[in-house]
Design a protein around this ligand. Structure first.
Ligand SMILES: [Zn+2]
Length: 471
């Protein structure tokens, strides 16, 4: 009898242990969203007052203080130098609180105001909510990655989970990639990168090498896009009229040939202490442009005072941005799933020649997708275009003939949405992200008839559907 009891005890103990083990294996990993740039305010840490985005009073005061010097220098004295300095004074006034020292620390005691949802508590997990990571966008993604590492460790500790599913947006992908480079992927189950600037933006590559160019067509598109569906929609009509009558072309030519040519050097010198001191923005410089930008800003041999900044920028470009394939291949080899989502067919900021690139209005689609071949905005690759890489035997050419995804780093794991703007998510895009993050294993563009490689977004209904033929 005793023997029978002990056997029974052993068996029941084994059962309870195995059910425990089973329960742990079934426990879903938490989901973390690494947000993009400027997703929390910057505050003065001493008293909690807002430092950035600037208050309307600060913007107004800065502009007002620049108007008279601008008019006097530009019109009366015909001094381009003086006019450029007046413009920069206004801009510097607006951005003053964001300035950083060349040693990559904040000039003033300014830092991120972390929102309530920035928490690692288990409660969020138990409520089925995502975790939310935001940060001070001025800093190097390499430094922010250290904070992200602590945040991930906190979540795993509090929830008792071993792995985490992470998706990122825009600059968040630079931070996430830096985290993977520094801390590895052992704690990661899934990765989804959306509208990622992890290969930079041509926009920054041009501006950081002193190239400014206003394209009249891009300017027209940009304004039309901005006022679409608002009370100012008539401005779009006016812009189209001005473009059709070559007025915009004339104004842009004047701006490019006279103003830009005469003012750009002064502007670069005057803005140096602000914009070029931000390692976060340097992470947006595409590797292909980096050497030229570095030389333009710091010369052949950067001065000692910029050593820390330049070292961080160099490290990010050489070991993170240029090593995406190594970082992601190694994660995938260990069973981490990797998915990429990139948007296109929106007009980018029209002050650089690359504003004709296909983008989501901010990040070039070729960079967000790691290597897609795209027609210029408003054009197609042509009716006779042939997909560049054919080895896999799939069709990777979009039905609108704008994107050839065969040249992507991961053509089977990369999706595209036509017509959606950089910062837009919405219910349908959330549902797509949920599908990716909940998929058992590595999702591909063939796994769900609802989500083939190419999708399209309707800005009126906010619906995402399968991309049909050219529209
Ligand atoms: Zn393929």
């Amino acid at each position: 009898m005793k023997k029978a009891l002990s056997v029974l005890l052993c068996v029941s103990l084994l059962f309870s242990l195995s059910s425990l083990a089973f329960a742990q294996a079934e426990k879903e990993s938490p989901v973390l969203f690494v947000a993009g740039m400027n997703t929390c305010d910057l505050i003065y840490l001493d008293d909690g007052t807002k430092a950035f985005p600037p208050t309307s009073d600060r913007i107004k005061d800065s502009i007002v203080s620049a108007i008279i010097p601008l008019l006097v220098n530009g019109i009366l004295m015909r001094s381009w130098d003086g006019a450029a300095k007046a413009l920069c004074k206004a801009a510097n006034g607006i951005f003053e609180p964001c300035k950083m020292k060349p040693n990559t620390t904040s000039l003033y005691n300014v830092g991120a105001e972390l929102p309530d949802r920035y928490t690692t508590s288990a409660e969020r997990y138990e409520n089925g909510e995502e975790y939310f990571f935001t940060y001070d966008w001025r800093f190097s993604p390499l430094d922010t990655a250290d904070i992200l590492n602590d945040y991930i460790n906190g979540i795993l500790e509090n929830t008792g989970c071993e792995k985490i599913r992470i998706y990122s947006h825009s600059m968040g992908s630079c931070v996430l990639l830096s985290y993977l480079e520094k801390y590895g992927h052992d704690k990661v189950e899934k990765l989804l990168f959306t509208d990622s600037a992890f290969q930079g933006m041509d926009f920054v590559g041009e501006l950081f090498s002193g190239k400014v160019y206003v394209n009249p067509e891009s300017l027209t598109n940009y304004v039309c896009d901005l006022v679409y569906g608002t009370d100012y929609a008539w401005v779009g009509g006016l812009m189209k009229f001005l473009k059709a009558t070559y007025f915009t072309d004339g104004v842009c030519k004047l701006f490019n040939d006279v103003l830009v040519k005469n003012m750009i050097d002064t502007i670069c010198v005057e803005m140096r202490d602000f914009v070029f001191m931000l390692p976060g923005i340097w992470s947006f410089c595409p590797a292909k442009d980096y050497a030229a930008c570095r030389k333009f800003v710091f010369g052949d041999t950067p001065a000692e005072e910029y050593r820390i900044l330049v070292e961080k920028n160099d490290y990010y470009i050489n070991n993170v941005q240029s090593k995406i394939k190594d970082i992601l291949d190694s994660a995938m080899a260990d069973g981490v799933s990797v998915s990429i989502l990139a948007a296109y067919d929106r007009q980018g900021i029209p002050i650089v020649s690359s504003s004709t690139n296909q983008s989501d209005g901010m990040v070039d689609v070729k960079h967000a997708s790691i290597g897609a071949t795209a027609a210029p905005l408003g054009k197609t690759l042509g009716d006779n275009y042939k997909q560049i890489v054919t080895a896999c035997g799939h069709n990777h050419l979009s039905a609108d003939l704008v994107i050839d995804a065969s040249t992507c780093m991961y053509p089977e794991y990369t999706w595209f949405i036509r017509g959606v703007l950089h910062h837009i998510f919405g219910a349908d895009i959330d549902a797509f992200c949920d599908w990716i993050l909940n998929y058992d294993g590595q999702p591909t563009i063939f796994d769900n008839p609802q989500y083939p490689q190419f999708l399209t977004y309707d800005r009126d209904t906010e619906k995402v559907t399968i991309l049909g033929t050219a529209s």
